[in-house]
Design a binder for this molecule. Structure first.
Ligand code: BES
Ligand code: MN
Ligand code: MN
Length: 455
């Protein structure tokens, strides 16, 4: 029997060309124009799972985009791994900034450029190929279930109900997700923390119509000016979020835990250079790794109002809006934060405007254990394939379903991601290293062998 590495080497062109077919499907879950494409991607994943040799493969309908389910049960006495991922992608905008079209996968410099290449089609596909290899080598050491959804990028609104309604089908010993980042190809890591999220939208309204900014300017509140002032007041001098109660429930790390977190290799100069910034910025008293890993934040994601077309139009706009998200840390509850934000934002509005606040999606932060059998199996898989012990890290992104899996199924998750922070997720020119893809497949097979205990 050939080694897994040889097997991957021999078949890599086929794996890549299949992945490219998946990347060509513009499965943008946020955009209703792409509803059929999202479904097409689900069917593609379903068929590839079938071809790989999974049983009971099914497209399961939800109130939104479908969930692909499949499983390979080898022996009920063996442990069961539930693989979760998503086949939907973020919108590709702004299109003009892509160097090659987002849905025409292109290889440059050993990297696959396409929307979803890293987040998360490329990473989901590693699991499908890992299954195929294990079946072809007649060595599937654990039972494996797949649940691949199509609404992760829009808040997984239908996944909670699906999980609650399908507990028996989803019965497993651990959840395995590849949808996070590594430190680098030279230093493997396993994500052990993700932040939560509260996503808000605000609208500030002044006069009942757009006004001439010369005739009325100076006498009537300008909603864009007011909104900017309100937003500016949401942070204090120390970079802390200025909402009463915001930090009340924040789980603080011990000095030892903070020291451990800061031991991860991190080059601030390289970080600034890669982003084209002269200086970093954030909450005083915390390092960059802490600011993204263990501290809550507030950011404006988009702001609009008034005239933004060509040339100049003198206008005092009637309304202004912004999308504002808060990243949360363990013990902060998204509903409570949403409530605190709403109350505070309304309270700081001057009487000259009215304010409307709506809540989009949210989710809790997650911390995964490092002392579980599954985590140790993952660590050993990295040691075996990479020759290095993975470092536990806390990522700043969010996968709200991780907390939900713990609550509803009582299951811990292993976050075995193979992307890089520099892969431009959600940005123009998203990419995924071919090396990351191939070594990811190998590491996933090693995980199943370690976890299944056949070696
Ligand atoms: N895969 C990302 C989350 C992620 C990225 C975690 C990098 C760790 C490192 C996921 O697809 C994502 O984008 N999540 C959203 C939240 C979701 C509710 C829309 C996010 O973090 O903004
Ligand atoms: Mn993702
Ligand atoms: Mn994403």
């Amino acid at each position: 029997m050939s080694t897994v590495k040889d097997h991957i080497e021999k078949n890599k062109e086929k794996y890549l060309s299949e992945l490219f077919d998946l990347l060509r499907i513009p499965s943008v879950s946020a955009d209703s124009k792409h509803k059929d494409d999202v479904r097409k991607a689900a069917l593609f994943v379903m068929n590839k799972l079938k071809e790989a040799g999974a049983d009971k493969v099914e497209l399961m309908e939800t109130g939104g985009h479908p969930i692909v389910f499949g499983e390979k049960t080898v022996d009920p006495s063996r442990p069961t791994v539930l693989v979760y991922g998503h086949y939907d992608v973020q919108p590709p905008d702004p299109l003009a900034l892509w160097n090659s079209p987002p849905f025409e996968p292109t290889v440059r410099d050993g990297k696959i450029y396409a929307r979803g290449s890293c987040d998360d089609k490329g990473q989901v596909y590693m699991h499908i190929k890992a299954l195929e290899i294990m079946i072809q080598q007649n060595d599937v050491p654990c039972n494996i279930k797949f649940m691949i959804e199509g609404e992760e990028e829009v808040g997984s609104a239908n996944l909670g109900a699906f999980v609650k309604a399908n507990k028996a089908r989803l019965k497993a010993d651990v959840i395995l997700i590849s949808d996070t980042a590594l430190i680098s190809l030279n230093q493997p890591s396993i994500t052990v923390g993700l932040r939560g999220l509260s996503y808000m939208e605000v609208q500030v309204t002044g006069p009942n119509r757009d006004l001439h900014s010369g005739v009325y300017g100076g006498a009537v509140a300008n909603p864009v000016n007011v909104l900017c002032q309100m937003i500016a007041s949401l942070h204090d001098q120390n970079g802390r979020v200025n909402i009463p109660g915001f930090y009340d429930d924040v789980a603080e790390l011990s000095t030892a835990d903070r020291a451990a977190l800061n031991k991860a290799p991190f080059d601030l100069d390289e970080y600034k250079k890669e982003l084209g910034i002269a200086e970093v910025q954030g909450e005083r008293g915390y390092t960059t790794l802490e600011r993204t890993g263990i501290r809550p934040t507030l950011d404006v994601n988009g702001i609009w109002g008034g005239y933004t077309g060509e040339g100049a139009k003198t206008v005092l706009p009637s309304t202004a809006s912004a999308k504002i998200s808060m990243r949360l840390v363990p013990n902060q509850h998204p509903d409570k934060i949403t409530e605190l934000f709403t109350r505070h934002f309304k309270s700081i509005a001057p009487r000259s405007v009215s304010v409307n606040v709506i809540a989009h999606h949210g989710g809790e932060a997650a911390v995964t254990p490092t002392d579980s059998t599954a985590f140790r199996a993952a660590a050993r898989a990295f040691e075996e394939v990479w020759g290095k012990t993975p470092i536990p890290t806390r990522d700043g992104g969010s996968i709200p379903i991780v907390a939900l899996f713990k609550k509803e199924l009582g299951l811990d998750t292993v976050l075995m991601g193979f992307g890089l922070d520099s892969d431009a997720l959600h940005s123009p020119n998203e990419h995924y290293g071919i090396q990351n893809f191939l070594i990811g497949i190998e590491t996933i097979v090693a995980f199943h062998r370690q976890f299944g205990g056949t070696r």
